[in-house]
Design a protein around this ligand. Structure first.
Ligand code: ARG
Length: 550
């Protein structure tokens, strides 16, 4: 403006300040520095805003203008591999993204997309074959299948995967054939598959429930299998399939899109980038990309989504780029309707992806157990156990454990990797899940006492500086939600939860609530109730449950 008017910025600011007429929102601004205008929101405007948040079931959060149909693909555990911490972030972030989208008014489906149709299935089937000396004896096989446990599958899989990785080509080829037989419809292979699938599924349902992760669709790669034959025909008819050393691929790189690739002999060549999508392997099997492509068709048929979000490890970015381009090329869905919501890894103290002390992958179930143990310790230190029955205490410890794990994960931008440090996550002070629960429970306790005393609640008036600060924090909810929604980034919500809890803490320290009287007490109680409502909603968007007491 200053440039256009040929004046100094400060003169322009001065002119604005003079011309400003009282709006009810703020009195005339002051001018500072080179031309900043400082507005101070009026107490009345703040009181009106706080009141509207207090009266609103959504605590001041708006809905989207245009409601969309959204599928969130997250969790993604694999049959026979068990749930390990690698799936933790996918589950935690995905659950939060799903809740954020749903809360903003979209129609949302969360889908687990189980990994149940790939090479690992052929591999564990081959392992079972070795164990019982072939599948000729059906009675023997049936007897073995009923005793199958997830622990066994989890032990078999890594051992066999290691052998293939170390160059056992006989095993690799046998597992590939078994995979092809399974997909080709062999009754024997499907029977074994079903037993493995059911055992894994039951264990995973238990783990997800413990984590507070709820899918709307419990589908997997195998559910897209019936669509694959027609899809391959269609890709062929559209001239998109090419033969590549016995396999069939779809090229997705545009003209001039190339990258350098190092060959085994050390020489460097230029190849197309992204790599082509492998649709049919030389054994005739469907690959990871094949089931993903067919799943897009399935979702278009069943949910007709405007948007599909894939909450999956950042390291799979290339895979999704290939699938998305192939889907768009084939005309199954618009490229813009597909988005990879990637995330970094959860690391151990050494900075590499988290492992157990023995070097293995930590099972999710064990991780939750460890967190609960730590939560019990902390709660006992704070003498919380004295006030509750053992069952109630367990319930609280579980909620504290889950809050600690989830908040630690969601308070980082999802693209950032972080170090897993249970001691820090479990602290009752600082930016942690337990701290937030503690604040929320404190609000509940104040409001419970107020109810016992039949204290009047509302209307809200804003007088103290700390009441202003709390109202401004309450007001920021909608903005945080919008950012989290647009960027698919729950850490904006986590930040808001912390800012709100801190503002409440400042308010609580400076503005006596139950000890005050009359209109002041009524107003402060209304502010506390509004804060509790918003904090509970905010934590719920992160997938965190608040206990009644602790
Ligand atoms: N099962 C996969 C894995 O463990 C993740 C699945 C992600 N979703 C998808 N549509 N590909 O790596």
């Amino acid at each position: 403006m200053a440039k256009a008017a040929g004046k100094k910025p400060q003169e322009v600011a001065q002119a604005v300040a003079v011309a400003w007429t009282e709006t009810g929102l703020a009195p005339a601004p002051s001018v500072a520095g080179p031309g900043f205008l400082n507005f101070t929101v009026s107490a009345n405007a703040l009181a009106a805003r706080a009141q509207s948040i207090a009266d609103d079931a959504r605590a001041g959060a708006a809905l989207v203008d245009q409601k969309r149909r959204v599928v969130v693909d997250y969790g993604g555990p694999n049959v026979a591999k068990g749930m390990h911490v690698g799936h933790l972030r996918a589950s935690i972030i995905g659950e939060s993204v799903k809740r954020i989208y749903r809360f903003r008014g979209d129609e949302v489906w969360g889908d687990a997309h189980f990994g149940d149709w790939g090479f690992q299935m052929g591999l564990v089937i081959s392992a079972l074959e070795d164990e019982i000396g072939g599948f000729a004896d059906q009675t023997k096989l049936d007897a073995r299948l009923v005793t199958l446990t997830l622990d066994q599958l989890e032990a078999i899989y890594p051992a066999y995967a290691k052998r293939v990785k170390e160059g056992d080509t006989e095993l690799r080829d046998r597992a590939r054939k078994a995979t092809a037989a399974l997909q080709g419809g062999s009754a024997l292979h499907r029977k074994i598959w079903a037993a493995m699938h059911d055992v894994s599924m039951a264990a995973q349902k238990r783990d997800f429930a413990a984590l507070g992760v709820k899918f709307d669709l419990w589908l997997g790669e195998s559910d897209a299998d019936p669509l694959i034959p027609d899809m391959v025909k269609d890709l062929d008819a559209k001239g998109l399939l090419e033969d590549d050393q016995g396999a069939r691929i779809v090229r997705v790189a545009g003209p001039g899109e190339r990258k350098k690739k190092k060959l085994d002999d050390g020489s460097v060549v230029e190849v197309e980038s992204p790599d082509p999508l492998l649709v049919v392997s030389s054994e005739g099997s469907a690959m990871y990309g094949t089931t993903d492509l067919a799943t897009i068709m399935q979702r278009v048929r069943d949910q007709n989504p405007d948007l599909i979000l894939y909450v999956v490890d950042q390291r799979q970015a290339d895979h999704f780029e290939q699938v998305y381009r192939a889907a768009a090329k084939a005309g199954y869905i618009a490229r813009e309707a597909l988005e990879h919501v990637g995330f970094g890894t959860m690391n151990g103290p050494d900075g590499t992806p988290f492992k157990t002390r023995a070097g293995g992958v930590l099972k999710l179930n064990d991780l939750i157990g460890q967190a609960e143990e730590k939560a019990r310790e902390r709660l006992k230190e704070s003498k919380v156990d004295a006030n509750f029955s053992p069952a109630e205490f367990e319930g609280i410890a579980h909620k504290v454990a889950i809050a600690a794990i989830k908040f630690a994960d969601l308070s980082n931008f999802r693209g950032t990797s972080y170090v897993f440090d249970l001691d820090r996550f479990m602290s009752f002070e600082g930016k942690t899940g337990p701290y937030l629960l503690y604040q929320a429970v404190r609000m509940k306790s104040i409001l419970r006492k107020a109810e016992e005393q039949s204290a009047e609640i509302g209307p809200i008036a804003i007088e103290h500086e700390a009441e202003r600060a709390l109202t401004l924090a309450l007001d920021a909810f909608d903005q945080a939600l919008t950012l989290a929604y647009d960027k698919k980034a729950p850490h904006f919500i986590a930040e808001h939860a912390y800012a709100l809890a801190q503002a409440f803490s400042g308010f609580f320290a400076n503005c006596p609530i139950l000890q005050s009287e009359g209109a002041v007490r009524a107003s402060r109680l209304a502010l506390a109730a509004a804060t509790l409502k918003q904090l509970t909603l905010t934590l719920d968007l992160l997938g965190i449950d608040v206990p009644e007491r602790m």
